[in-house]
Ligand binder design. Structure first.
Ligand code: PGA
Length: 244
C-alpha cells in the first residue's frame, strides 16, 4: 500500500501556500498544463495565493486548461451557488486563464449521459489531467463521489447524501434549497490524473483523514482509493493531521 507524501502546514493559509507551490511547479514545467480544480472552503486560501502569484509574475495561466470536479444538477452557470460561479468569483475572473480553457460540468444539461461523456472526452482531448486538486468531505467523498458499494468510474450523476446536503446548506438560504443531485467526475477520472494534491484543514476532518490514508481501501470511504495512486501529496494543517 502506498502512502501519500505529507506536508503538515501550520494553518489554512499555509496549506494554501504549500498547495500553490505544487501548482507553480507543474505549470512552470508545462505552461499548457491541465489542472483539475475543486470548490469548497478549503481551496480558498490556495486560490487567493494563485491569484497573488500570477500578479507577482510567478505563474502564468494564459495557456493553462482547467477541468472542475463537479457541479450541482439544475443550477445555471450564473446561479449564485453554482460551482461555475464559485470558480469565476474566486479564481478565473482574477487570472489570465482563457474562458474557453475552463470546463465545469453543465448543471442544466438536458442529456446527462451526453454531457458526461463529452466531459470525459474533453479531458482526454487535452491529454489528461496533470494535477488534480481535491478536498474531502466528512463522509470521505471526493468530488461528489459519495460512500457507495463500488467506485464509480466516469463522470456521472449522483444523488447527494443527507450529510452532504447538511454540510453544504450553509451556502444556501435553507437545506431545502440545496440541490438533491449533482454531476461529478468519477473515481476513475480522478485516479487517472498524473498527480493529485489533497488539501484538508480543521479538527473536524481529522477522523476521515485517518480513515482515508491509514484505513482499509473501501468504497464506503471513497477517498481511500487514493492509497492506490502513485503520486498523492496530502497538504493538511496541524488541526487536521491525525497524529498530532
Ligand atoms: P470543504 O468541502 O472544503 O468546504 O470542507 C470539501 C468537500 O466537501 O469536498
Amino acid at each position: 500500500m502506498l502512502h501519500p507524501r505529507i506536508i503538515v502546514a501550520k494553518d489554512p493559509e499555509a496549506v494554501g501556500k504549500a498547495a500553490a507551490d505544487q501548482f507553480e511547479a507543474v505549470i512552470a514545467k508545462k505552461p499548457a498544463a491541465v489542472i483539475g480544480l475543486a470548490t469548497g472552503s478549503t481551496p480558498l486560501p490556495l486560490y487567493r495565493e494563485l491569484i497573488a502569484r500570477e500578479k507577482a509574475g510567478k505563474i502564468d495561466f494564459t495557456k493553462v486548461r482547467s477541468a472542475n470536479l463537479d457541479e450541482y444538477k439544475g443550477l445555471a452557470p450564473d446561479h449564485e451557488q453554482s460551482y461555475r460561479k464559485f470558480m469565476q468569483d474566486n479564481l478565473f475572473d482574477h487570472i489570465s486563464i482563457k474562458p474557453e480553457n475552463t470546463i465545469v460540468p453543465l448543471g442544466l444539461a438536458e442529456d446527462v449521459d451526453a454531457m458526461c461523456a463529452a466531459y470525459e472526452e474533453k479531458i482526454e482531448e487535452w491529454g489528461g489531467v496533470d494535477l488534480q486538486l481535491l478536498g474531502i468531505g466528512h463522509d470521505g467523498h471526493i468530488g461528489f463521489n459519495e460512500p457507495d458499494d463500488h467506485f464509480p468510474a466516469m463522470t456521472h450523476e449522483v444523488k447527494l447524501t443527507e450529510m452532504t446536503i447538511e454540510a453544504n446548506k450553509r451556502f444556501f438560504n435553507s437545506a431545502d434549497e440545496v440541490p438533491r443531485a449533482a454531476f461529478t467526475m468519477g473515481i476513475g477520472t480522478i485516479m487517472a490524473a498524473r498527480k493529485i494534491v489533497m488539501v484538508v484543514t480543521g479538527k473536524d476532518k481529522r477522523d476521515i483523514l485517518k480513515k482515508t490514508f491509514w484505513g482499509p481501501v473501501d468504497p464506503q470511504v471513497p477517498a481511500s482509493i487514493l492509497q492506490f495512486h502513485p503520486d498523492v501529496t496530502l497538504v493538511c494543517d496541524e488541526d487536521a493531521y491525525p497524529f498530532n
